[in-house]
Write a protein that binds this ligand. Structure first.
Ligand code: OGA
Ligand code: MN
Length: 270
């Protein structure tokens, strides 16, 4: 079948048509890594990987995080399948995964196993493009600013109930301060914003709120977004260090089930 790639939008998203055997070759995995850095999100329509193939591919691209059953973490709002299902309601707002860490996860692979009849599509926008396209005056204004990130703030914004069990979980995920503009090891710059961004350190709160709103609105302009409309068997990989993502809300009892494999972070916020 080979390997064919095509851009989905100008700034982010590439669709790849290939087959599992080709994908699981080391040379292909290196090409995937390169495309991930360049394009932020990769889409493999109806590739239908098994859990084992997904974890194998992840291991060829990076270092698999130990979570869930054998590297497969179930993304579902069904509490019988995921004890922290409430936490996932936070993902209905634009976010990066792991701003509570110093080294955020590098990338995630997500396969659609069961879909919701309504909602549940996934959207992405490039935080590199968001920075690069900013007017020079805004780049000058935000240079050197520090942003505080907070899981409880993101949960509150997501309307997640502060039950004792939830609060205990959130408290295990510490508040962090990161540069608002992340200068990566290759010199490229991206914005570190999202629903977990609480406030800019050392400036007036109203000014901070307005700035955050402006930057998030900039980054999520319709022409910057790739929206994935799922078909069962699709797999996505996103470069979590270079895109914001969000899931469109879906009903609690929709049965939506995604299988995620996460790659350990390789680069600290800087
Ligand atoms: C995630 C996430 C989005 C989705 O797994 O980190 O945000 O569409 N998932 O399920
Ligand atoms: Mn997420």
């Amino acid at each position: 079948m080979g390997f064919a790639a095509r851009k989905l939008t100008e700034r982010t998203g590439t669709e790849i048509h290939t087959d599992p055997a080709t994908l699981l070759q080391a040379a292909t995995a290196q090409e995937i890594r390169r495309l991930l850095q360049e394009r932020g999100v990769l889409v493999f329509p109806r590739i239908n990987l098994t859990d084992e193939q997904q974890v194998e591919l992840a291991g060829l691209i990076g270092t698999v995080r130990k979570e869930g059953e054998k590297g497969i973490h179930k993304i579902t709002l069904d509490v019988r399948e995921n004890a922290q299902a409430d936490y996932l309601k936070g993902s209905f707002n634009w976010h990066l995964d792991g701003t509570h860490d110093d080294v955020p996860v590098f990338a995630s692979l997500l396969s659609g196993r069961r879909l919701s009849a309504t909602g549940g599509q996934t959207e992405f926008t490039s935080t590199y493009a968001a920075y690069e396209t900013l007017p020079d005056a805004m780049k000058a204004r935000i240079a050197g600013l520090k942003m505080a990130h907070s899981v409880p703030v993101s949960m509150k914004r997501g309307g997640v109930e502060a039950t004792p069990k939830n609060v205990e979980y959130w408290n295990g995920l510490p508040d962090k301060v990161h540069n608002l503009v992340w200068t990566h090891s290759d010199g490229r710059k991206s914005l570190v914003i999202g629903c977990h961004a609480s406030h800019v350190v050392g400036i007036d709160r109203a000014e901070s709120d307005a700035l955050l709103e402006e930057l998030l609105a900039w980054a999520t302009q319709p022409q910057f977004i790739y929206r994935h409309e799922w078909t069962v068997g699709d797999m996505l990989i996103w470069n979590n260090t270079g895109v914001l993502h969000r899931a469109e809300p879906y009903p609690l009892d929709s049965g939506r089930m995604m299988h995620r494999t996460t790659l350990m972070g390789e680069e600290a916020f800087a």
